[in-house]
Design a protein around this ligand. Structure first.
Ligand code: EPZ
Length: 417
């Protein structure tokens, strides 16, 4: 296992290029299962999670070739409709093959993803939608099995907004008979990106990006070429890094429109944010103002930026309150941040952070993807050396993060443990 070592106190400045979005690439790669044509995707990030879904597509019988940031998928020769436990347990987003396999092969058997560090992560809403579309759903021996001769369009209401739930049902509905209406659908940019790819394949989807999405099913979907949108959470993470170190960093290949809530909070904290097409410049200041943040579904403040923002508030002037409304256990990073000297008290879904003048470096343990990013951020600003262990969590969602930070002036390197 590797660890990342950071020497704090360096001011970050310069240019950083933002990679393609993990959470857009995952459903879009799964969508390639819906056609027997050859799909070609560019700007695909080089991440563990991408390797996981490529491995899963290949295990189903799809031909997948990866060359730099380009992935080519042909699912003409699907030989299996089963996503096995040993692959799904590596990445819960594997559940995204359920809808496409059922729509394409009339059958799917997918290992239940189980919970993870940040919460129970049920898939009841995915299954409710497929059942409303006529699928027979059976859960046995840790697998969900779904069968349907032909899915039928249905009116589906999401009790809770679900990103991958919306994505799974968008893909299933694209090949269903008749019209499907998804209500209380997720509005994330990654959902919009998937809908755009599906429409390029011949689907007839309207309303993506709003809470009501209409899908008129078609009989066949074609091959597609598409570029993956920029990763707004990677971008937000680097914006916080610039703010933390009172730096001056310009992000390239990013989409400011997807970062409205994050930019708003950074400006409130006293950070200078300047947006130009495809670029965001962030200039930190010596003193960060404390403020309150409540995570919400898009376009609200993203839960995937909560841990990173908590680091910024831990060196802000005054007291901040962060409320996590999406996941029931997404404060695991708090105990590690306290080892670095942060003053944080958690009560239920709320964390109260009292800003301190500085943090102090120490060995810490990563627990999930965004928590591990927050520990690296804390190391950038902590006095002395911080060692972040179990960085395999980080490698799931950040492409070459230490190289990108090094290029911005950070003293950071990876060591094999
Ligand atoms: C997606 O997860 C993202 N992952 C997560 O990013 C992100 O944190 C999350 O959306 C929220 O924005 C991918 O896109 C691959 P949800 P997802 O279904 O779809 C409850 C990262 O760091 N729920 O929107 O699994 C659920 O328990 C990851 O990249 C049900 O109750 O999240 C949660 O409380 C972490 N039943 C809430 O909805 C369901 O059937 C939102 O979950 C589905 C979800």
């Amino acid at each position: 296992m590797d660890k990342i070592v950071v020497e704090g106190g360096r001011r970050l400045e310069g240019l950083v290029s933002i990679s393609g979005a993990k959470n857009a690439a995952l459903p879009i790669l799964a969508a390639a299962l819906l056609t027997d044509g050859t799909c070609r995707f560019t700007n695909v990030p080089d991440l563990r999670d991408i390797h996981s879904i490529v491995q899963l597509l290949q295990s189903l019988g799809a031909r997948v070739e990866q060359q730099d940031d380009t992935v080519v998928v042909n699912a003409a020769g699907l030989a299996s409709s089963e996503a096995p436990y040993d692959l799904v347990r590596k990445m819960r987003a594997s559940i995204l093959v359920l809808g496409p396999l059922l729509a394409r092969l009339q059958h799917a058997r997918v290992s239940l993803p189980g919970g993870c560090a940040i919460g129970a992560r049920p898939i009841n809403l995915h299954l409710k939608g497929l059942a409303l579309m006529g699928a027979e759903i059976d859960i046995q021996h840790g697998y969900v099995e779904a069968r349907a001769k032909r899915l039928k369009g249905a009116e589906i209401y999401f009790d809770t907004v679900s990103v991958t739930g919306t994505e799974n049902l968008l893909m299933a509905a694209s090949l269903a008979e008749g019209e499907t209406v998804l209500r209380n659908a997720a509005r994330e940019p990654e959902v919009v990106a998937l809908a755009e790819v599906l429409n390029l394949m011949g689907a007839r989807i309207e309303g993506a990006g709003t809470a009501v999405i209409k899908v008129r099913g078609v009989d066949h979907l074609n091959a597609v070429e598409a570029r993956i949108i920029p990763d707004r959470i990677e971008a937000g993470t680097f914006m916080v890094a610039a703010a933390l170190t009172a730096g001056d960093v310009t992000l390239e290949d990013c989409e400011g429109e997807h970062l409205g809530a994050v930019c708003d909070k950074l400006v409130q904290a006293g950070v200078h944010v300047e947006q130009t097409p495809g670029r965001i410049r962030v200039q930190g200041t010596r003193s960060i103002e404390s403020l309150d943040v409540r995570t919400q579904t898009y376009p609200g403040f993203p839960t995937d930026m909560q841990a990173q923002f908590m680091v910024l508030m831990s060196i802000a002037r005054g007291q901040s309150i962060i409320t996590e409304t999406i996941f029931e256990n997404r404060f695991i990073h708090v105990s590690e941040l306290k080892r670095l000297g942060a003053d944080i008290v958690v009560s239920g879904e709320t964390a109260v952070i009292r800003g301190r003048p500085s943090l102090s470096g120490a060995p810490v343990m990563a627990s999930d993807l965004r928590a591990s990013a927050s520990l690296v951020l804390a190391g950038l600003v902590a006095e002395g050396v911080t060692e972040v262990n179990r960085v395999y969590h980080l490698d799931r969602g950040y492409e070459h993060i230490e190289a990108k930070l090094q290029r911005l002036g950070a003293s950071i390197w990876r060591e094999r443990v």
